[in-house]
Write a protein that binds this ligand. Structure first.
Ligand SMILES: [Ca+2]
Length: 479
């Protein structure tokens, strides 16, 4: 399959799951909203979120809460828009506007107002993210999780007793089905779409992602085991950008309650403005400032440059691209997956992704009846299926981050990112904006994390299983 077919077929990284039929997706033009002006006509916004009464839902946010209040006061009683939800994390709200009023609304907003479309999330159709074809004369390899985890050196880490115990990874995604590999470790749950009280995932993306991060392999005698099999999980079910921002706020507010140390977002939206003006990227920054380790997918819009999605465009988040390991431990046949989004970032010109993890044909838990599942994909019985994407690479790094936090609870997001980048294996010939620092190396990263713990305490290493302490450093200054 040609790369441009991939792009057309999937139309970008993660966007609306259930709602948009694949044939409709390929027609959908990316909606673009720059700060203060909607560039496209309303027609091109087809496929974005409309309310039941035909209004366009926008995310309006501000530098500070005071500016937000001024606009509220000015626009009170529905004069400019209808406020449909609060987004205090980014000093903003969702505003529903009549399509014909959008431009006059934007003119009425003060300078510095940030306006984005509250797009429905759209996960790529897994059939369009095929693994790269095997070399001539080579048999096609089935998907694996064990090869990919072996490739990042995880066994050595497990052998040292580090399995993510005492850490919780929050998964903001389509939900988590209580698959046998996951059900005893989902310690927290919120559904910001429908308010379902118990963990569920009709789409199947979040369940798969959660399994790569922390699945136990219970249904496969440990064969399909996640990177941090003893870590706990929190599921945050969302289906739109605004819900993702609310989800980040929920994770920050519930960090201590569930002992959440890592936030995984195998999600993204078109990056149409600087990360400084992008509400999702700004919300991700708030999560880092709150002491969380934030790991984000680069997106599946490669191989062209400038294709990294938000919030992966934020310089501080750990942005993960996908390695195609050809399902072999031999590194000689490895490449960066064609679909893996490339830097430099479209608006700010930053080098991304930060690093790679395996992301092609990765086995993970299958939610029964998942919309994402199609018969063409590799399956192991009814319990597992293999799909591809930077969505699959991201939870490998999130699981490893949980392990590093277990090994050295004092490490901040920035320190963990620095360790991951410093210890990654740079063996592919690609530019940094294609592969970042290279393939993540779990055992090297653990070694550095332990060294830092030892040098800090001046004596023994941190004990495995020690839970995250309540204190954390506030974020550094952002360069
Ligand atoms: Ca290989």
């Amino acid at each position: 399959m040609k790369a441009d077919q991939v792009r057309n077929a999937t139309n970008g990284p993660v966007r609306a799951p259930q709602r948009i039929a694949p044939e409709a997706r390929s027609q959908k033009t990316p909606a673009r909203v720059e700060s203060g002006s909607i560039q496209d006509s309303f027609e091109s916004l087809t496929g974005t979120r409309l309310t039941s009464d035909g209004r366009l839902r926008l995310i309006v946010s501000f530098e500070d809460a005071e500016s937000a209040q001024k606009v509220r006061d000015f626009c009170s009683e529905g004069k400019c828009f209808r406020i449909s939800g609060e987004l205090p994390l980014v000093n903003g709200f969702t505003a529903d506007v009549e399509p014909k009023q959008v431009n006059s609304l934007l003119k009425a907003l003060p300078t510095g107002s940030r306006v984005a479309i509250d797009r429905e999330l759209d996960f790529p159709d897994p059939r369009f993210l095929f693994p790269t074809r095997p070399k001539e004369g080579q048999a096609p390899q089935p998907g694996t999780l064990d090869v990919s985890t072996a490739l990042i050196g995880i066994q050595k880490v497990w052998d040292q007793g580090y399995t993510g115990k005492g850490q919780t990874i929050a998964i903001i995604d389509s939900g988590i089905h209580p698959h046998p590999d996951l059900k005893n470790k989902i310690v927290g749950w919120v559904d910001l779409k429908d308010g379902e009280p118990k963990p569920m995932d009709t789409f199947g993306h979040g369940t798969h992602v959660a399994g790569i991060a922390a699945g136990t392999g219970a249904k496969s005698a440990g064969a399909v085991k996640g990177v941090a099999p003893d870590a706990d999980l929190v599921g945050v079910r969302i289906t739109s950008v605004a819900e993702a921002i609310k989800g980040i706020q929920w994770v920050i507010e519930n960090k201590e309650k569930y002992n959440i140390s890592v936030l995984n977002m195998s999600l993204g939206d078109f990056a149409t403005r600087s990360y400084k003006d992008d509400p999702w990227a700004q919300a991700a920054q708030k999560a880092i400032e709150a002491g969380l380790i934030v790991v984000v997918a680069a997106g599946n819009d490669g191989p062209s440059g400038g294709s990294v999605s938000t919030p992966g465009t934020h310089p501080d988040v750990i942005t993960v691209g996908a390695l195609d390991d050809r399902r072999t431990l031999d590194r000689g046949d490895d490449t960066v997956a064609d679909f893996s989004s490339r830097g430099p970032t479209a608006i700010d010109g930053l080098t991304k992704p930060d690093l790679l993890a395996p992301g092609v044909s990765i086995f993970g838990p299958l939610a029964p009846g998942a919309t994402l599942d199609v018969p063409e994909l590799p399956h192991i019985g009814k319990d597992y299926f293999a799909i591809s994407g930077t969505s699959m690479a991201t939870p490998m790094v999130a699981g490893l981050a949980a392990i590093l936090k277990q090994a050295n609870p004092d490490l901040t997001h920035h320190q963990i990112k620095e360790i991951l980048v410093k210890t990654a294996d740079l063996y592919l010939p690609d530019e940094p904006h294609v592969q970042g620092a290279g393939l993540v190396d779990a055992s090297e990263a653990l070694e550095v994390a332990l060294d830092r713990a030892a040098s800090k305490s001046g004596s023994a290493q941190a004990a495995p299983g020690k839970p995250d302490g309540p204190e954390y450093q506030q974020g550094f200054l952002f360069a």
